[in-house]
Design a protein around this ligand. Structure first.
Ligand code: SF4
Length: 102
């Protein structure tokens, strides 16, 4: 095996090894499509004035630009919100519990 082939093989193995943790993480977490989408008629969602489109919110706490995708409680990989376990929320949604991402 030439030195160039050996180096190429080493680089391929290094790239493969570096992607393993990411692949494991993806395999462990439920996919966005695995969670049912939270609906506005869910009692807890209603209580927090959840809307699927933040720009339609007339709530006094709503500020333009705030939505689920930039909320501290949102997990982008799954669409989950820690306030609504078992559901995905719309990234462009909003509710009165919105928290600025740290
Ligand atoms: Fe969206 Fe944040 Fe409200 Fe969850 S807490 S529904 S992520 S605005």
């Amino acid at each position: 095996m030439t030195e160039q082939k050996s180096r190429r093989r080493f680089l391929k193995l290094a790239v493969a090894a570096s992607t393993l943790p990411l692949l494991e993480k993806i395999a462990r977490e439920p996919a966005y499509a695995d969670l049912p989408l939270l609906t506005v008629d869910n009692p807890q969602a209603t209580g927090l004035s959840y809307v699927e489109d933040a720009t339609t919110s007339g709530h006094a706490l709503y500020k333009a630009g705030n939505n689920c995708s930039n909320c501290q409680l949102f997990t982008a990989e799954t669409g989950a919100c820690s306030l609504f376990p078992g559901f995905a929320v719309a990234p462009e949604g909003w509710c009165a519990a919105w928290m600025k991402r740290a």
